[in-house]
Design a binder for this molecule. Structure first.
Ligand code: ADP
Length: 251
């Protein structure tokens, strides 16, 4: 019998305690979490409950204080910052609330950058960029500077960039938090489509519409998981095969 696939994410008794002028501030307190391949998990909870800290730790952007983090069967909480940087480029796509695009690079260059950083040839990076911008209806904005784009367009570019390396895990911290409802709808549609293609997603949101698209909603309170609920088991995809193929996003 083949052994079961390792979950994409596994945390064991994960803790983060910030030091605020010598005063310990517990932000995440003993989180045990498992996210399987192809799952779309929404993390909700009041402000200050530890959502951002948790998602940042999963992406290696914040170091844990105690506990374990495993990605794809590999323990990662013990990695150095530089090892994390390499792993993140290859395995994790991150979308933030405020886009975080490189302002003095074109849209095209922003989307190509992750592939170039992981050693793809210029030709491969360009092909991937063209495919993503086309799929996200951004081809005519390729030569624009991010500052000349609307918020919704910038967030679509950020999503394209996060998907450029076909990450095992897409993490997002309030990806629609700064968008009006029309742009929120666009970003949600894209998330829905990549999820339908098998992309594993974990995101922080306050927005019930975003959470409504997830397979699972995890509620945090004071740094602890207080609820972990399957939303719509009937909609659940069969397990298996993140292809990373987003060519057919439209339609
Ligand atoms: P949420 O995303 O749910 O709003 P956060 O993860 O941002 O929650 O914060 C959780 C707790 O950790 C809060 O009490 C917050 O004040 C504290 N915190 C977050 N970042 C820092 C930091 N860099 N230094 C000190 N305390 C922090």
């Amino acid at each position: 019998m083949t052994p079961p696939l390792a979950p994409v994410v596994r945390t064991v008794n994960l803790e983060k305690i910030y030091q605020n002028g010598g005063v310990p501030v517990p932000a995440v307190r003993g989180v045990d979490l498992q996210i399987e391949e192809g799952e779309f998990v929404a993390i909700m909870g009041p402000s200050g409950s530890g959502k951002s800290t948790l998602i940042h730790m999963l992406g290696g952007l914040d170091a844990r204080t105690n506990g374990e983090i495993w990605l794809d069967g590999r323990r990662v909480d013990t990695l150095s910052e530089s090892a994390w940087a390499v792993l993140r480029r290859k395995k994790v796509g991150f979308v933030f609330q405020f886009f975080n695009l490189v302002a003095n690079m074109t849209v095209a260059d922003n989307v190509e950058l992750p592939a170039l950083l992981t050693g793809a040839s210029a030709k491969e990076a360009r092909a991937r960029r063209e495919e993503l911008l086309d799929a996200l209806n951004l081809t005519d904005r390729a030569d624009a500077a991010p500052g000349h784009l609307s918020g919704g367009e910038q967030q679509r570019v950020a999503l394209a960039r996060a998907l450029a390396n076909q990450p095992r895990l897409l993490l997002a911290d309030e990806p629609t938090g700064n968008l009006d409802s029309r742009n929120t709808r666009d970003v949600l549609r894209l998330l829905g489509r990549v999820h339908a293609k098998g992309q594993t997603i974990a995101l922080v949101t306050h927005d019930a519409r975003v959470a409504g698209m997830a397979d699972r909603v995890i509620s945090l309170l004071d740094g602890q998981i207080v609820d972990d609920a399957d939303v719509a088991p009937a909609r659940r995809r069969p397990r298996g095969g993140t292809t990373g193929d987003v060519i057919e996003l439209r339609g």
